[in-house]
Design a protein around this ligand. Structure first.
Ligand SMILES: CC(C)(COP(=O)(O)OP(=O)(O)OC[C@H]1O[C@@H](n2cnc3c(N)ncnc32)[C@H](O)[C@@H]1OP(=O)(O)O)[C@@H](O)C(=O)NCCC(=O)NCCS
Length: 148
């Protein structure tokens, strides 16, 4: 973690990003979801650890608020504070965009991510019933937010 480098995601990153995404999610984003995010002008970032892509995220910027659409850390890079740092990085970007709040959705069953967000000061705002596809049926999302 000595040489963490945050930089904007580019089209050339999409193979590496998609490889991590399919490794870590049961219902991963497609490569097209990431290229659409780049084309839409979302704030898309990657983090390199010693030159290797270790984490990434996508922030959608709205009027007065931002919405974190994706935040992911490669398996081998976890529990070393990278998720916390990337989340804080997106909070800083959000403030720079003039947002007063940052929002995100998380699966009810995603204990690690919920713990990360709660530790970072996000709180539960609403439940979106059956928001996500799941291995069996659908799963609720918890909408979380933080005032900036
Ligand atoms: C959620 C995720 C981004 C966390 O990344 P990370 O780099 O491991 O997070 P950090 O090291 O900053 O952890 C911060 C805190 O979150 C909590 N946490 C993280 N992983 C945890 C786990 N597996 N179990 C319990 N708590 C966990 C802990 O409180 C942790 O602090 P600690 O290590 O001092 O105990 C990572 O596990 C991930 O990419 N998961 C798969 C993708 C995903 O679910 N993304 C979120 C979608 S909403």
């Amino acid at each position: 973690m000595a040489s963490l480098h945050f930089r904007p995601m580019r089209a050339i990153d999409l193979d590496a990003v998609s490889a991590i995404e399919t490794d870590i999610y049961t219902h991963p984003w497609t490569r097209g979801n990431f290229s659409d995010s780049l084309a839409a002008g979302h704030s898309c970032w990657v983090v390199e650890d010693d030159g290797e892509l270790a984490a990434y995220g996508v922030l959608m910027v709205g009027v007065g608020e931002t919405h974190l659409l994706n935040i992911s850390v490669a398996r081998q890079a976890r529990r070393r504070g990278l998720g916390t740092r990337l989340l804080a990085f997106f909070e800083t970007r959000s403030r720079e965009f003039g947002a007063r709040a940052m929002l995100l959705e998380v699966r009810r069953s995603n204990g690690p991510a919920r713990a990360l967000y709660e530790r970072a000061g996000f709180h539960e705002l609403a439940i979106r019933r059956g928001y996500y596809p799941a291995t069996e049926g659908r799963e609720d999302a918890i909408l979380m937010g933080k005032d900036l």
